[in-house]
Design a protein around this ligand. Structure first.
Ligand SMILES: *Cc1c(COP(=O)(O)O)cnc(C)c1O
Length: 396
């Protein structure tokens, strides 16, 4: 038998030898600047030494002890997380992926309100498991999977009055990303987040903020929604929080968590000792190295250079959108061929939505990396335009 993977993503055609910090090397020794970081997971850089050290030490103690046991690594992880979680979210549960965390958040909203409807937004992404998928907008991801376990109504993003119109006492929850990631890097406005929060309070719906991609310092705030001062009832996080190790969390208010009982949820691997060790170390790095501040400053510098690139290449790009180091360049075409050219030129990026070139660089990029990235994108534009016939005026 020739066993092969089920390919849900097109092959990258790089044979990886090694990764460290912001770089990936292939087996021929070619070095790539990684602004993909495995969907944004390696935001602290590949193999951050503090995270690796914590994992190695934990491997020598115990690996398979569920969180119902008392362990130092659990206590230390909770102590660290307590320093960075929104202070009104005093209860936390550990899982393994972003989808699982969103799935659990929706289950909890359903259970604690006794309601079945959920309000989500156009271009949202909350994962691929059935409840998370029911709140994910992209028709291509949803096609063929109906009926969904939740009745989800999609409302336009950044439109407060649409939320006022749609949300009523039938709704268990509203779920949103404070910066839409997969949907094309679209930051929520402060007014929108505040209006959603207010309407949730009026109708008694659970306000769920999905920080799986936007959280952990990437946007310049520890959690992106904190920019607007809103207080969600539940927050989910994953991707960057384990410093490269797979882990996710759901954080909830005491008011929500107190309504749950033992049989309501569970996870075999959630809160395993390696995840606790990795999250603990990752939070220490975030605090000690001022990661949100660095993301804010480096994002501003990179953003300025990219704005120039967009300005000089109006035939390739329409718009730059950015929150810290969460960056989207809206293209005039499907981004895949451009992404492949970038990769050949030494910069690994990926797409978002149908037409967005997405960059999720790690916080530790240097000024030189920032210049290299902007130059590589600029140079690739020239190459791209030389190969492609110019898009006609009617396209944009
Ligand atoms: C990636 C992502 C998810 C799903 O996370 P997985 O770990 O792939 O299950 C959910 N929500 C958002 C906002 C994401 O970016």
């Amino acid at each position: 038998m020739n066993l092969r993977l089920i390919q849900f993503a097109s092959p990258r055609e790089i044979r990886v030898a090694r990764a460290a910090g912001q770089y990936v090397w292939d087996v021929s020794g070619k070095r790539y600047l990684d602004f993909y970081t495995g969907y944004g997971v390696a935001f602290l850089g590949h193999r951050h030494p503090k995270v690796m050290q914590a994992l190695k030490e934990q491997l020598d103690r115990y690996v398979t002890i569920p969180p119902s046991f008392e362990t130092d690594v659990k206590d230390e992880c909770l102590n660290q997380l307590a320093k960075i979680l929104p202070q009104h979210l005093e209860r936390v549960y550990f899982m393994n992926s972003g989808s699982e965390a969103c799935e659990a958040a929706l289950k909890i909203a359903r259970k604690t309100t006794g309601r079945k409807k959920v309000l989500a937004f156009v271009n949202s992404f909350h994962g691929r498991t059935m409840a998370a998928l029911s709140a994910t907008w992209n028709p291509k991801y949803r096609e063929g999977f109906e009926p969904f376990p939740l009745e989800v109504v999609f409302s336009p993003f950044n439109d407060p009055s649409a939320v006022d119109d749609k949300l009523n006492e039938d709704f268990a929850a509203v779920i949103l990303e404070p910066v839409q990631g997969e949907g094309g890097i679209v930051p929520a406005t402060d007014d929108f987040l505040k209006a959603v929060e207010k309407r949730c309070r009026e109708v008694g719906a659970v306000f769920i903020v999905d920080e799986v991609q936007s959280g952990f310092g990437r946007t310049g705030f520890i959690w992106a929604h904190q920019k607007s001062g809103v207080k969600p009832d539940i927050m989910t996080a994953a991707k960057a929080i384990g410093g490269g190790y797979p882990a996710s969390i759901l954080a909830a208010t005491e008011q929500v968590a107190s309504k749950l009982k033992e049989t309501d949820h569970g996870s075999t691997y959630g809160g395993n000792p390696l995840a606790f060790a990795a999250v603990k170390a990752a939070v220490e790095v975030l605090i000690e190295e001022g990661v949100p501040q660095q993301a804010s400053e480096k994002g501003a510098v990179l953003g300025e250079l990219l704005a120039e690139v967009v300005e000089q290449n109006r035939g390739v790009f329409r718009q730059l959108r950015r929150a810290g180091l969460m960056i989207g360049l809206e293209m005039r075409t499907q981004p895949q061929p451009f992404i492949r050219m970038l990769q050949n030129n030494g910069l690994i990026a990926f797409k978002a939505g149908l037409t967005v070139l997405r960059l999720l660089p790690p916080y530790l990029i240097t000024e030189e990396d920032i210049r290299t990235a902007a130059e590589t994108i600029s140079r690739t534009c020239v190459e791209f335009l030389a190969q492609k016939p110019k898009p006609s005026e009617s396209q944009g």
